[in-house]
Design a protein around this ligand. Structure first.
Ligand SMILES: [Zn+2]
Length: 130
């Protein structure tokens, strides 16, 4: 595998010690992102169904109605969250062709593969989050 980062004399002198993602790993992440996008889109559709106004004549009791309203609030919050994640996933997919994909956008260090695998939409390493 070729190092995209240190192609200069540096590589010749000390060898490439830069541990960029392998192409295989990258492929895997891209696949994970694509799958996540699909499942997040499904979730969004489902949530959009769930937050439809509750018809007043629905044959549910008062308590159930309150439950339904509470759930609606939770569902709306999670819908917002999912939309945010979807945006970030789509951005991650666009970025997946970049040389520095998989690197922290703040410190430039490599984001551990396990972290990307679990949350492919992240753009920062654990140290730089927050
Ligand atoms: Zn960082």
């Amino acid at each position: 595998m070729t190092c995209l980062k240190f192609e200069s004399t540096w590589k010749v002198v000390v060898g490439c010690r830069h541990s960029d993602m392998t192409d295989k790993e990258k492929e895997k992440i891209v696949l994970i992102i694509a799958n996540k996008i699909r499942s997040v889109k499904d979730d969004i559709e489902e949530l959009q169904e769930l937050i439809k106004p509750i018809p007043l004549d629905a044959s549910i009791g008062r308590i159930s109605r309150m439950d339904a309203i509470n759930n609606k609030t939770i569902n709306e919050a999670s819908l917002r969250e999912k939309r945010k994640i979807l945006q970030r996933l789509e951005k991650a997919l666009e970025r997946s062709g970049d040389k520095d994909f998989g690197n922290c956008q703040k410190c430039g260090n490599e984001i551990p593969f396990g972290r990307l695998e679990y949350m492919p939409h992240v753009t920062r390493c654990v140290d730089c989050v927050g």
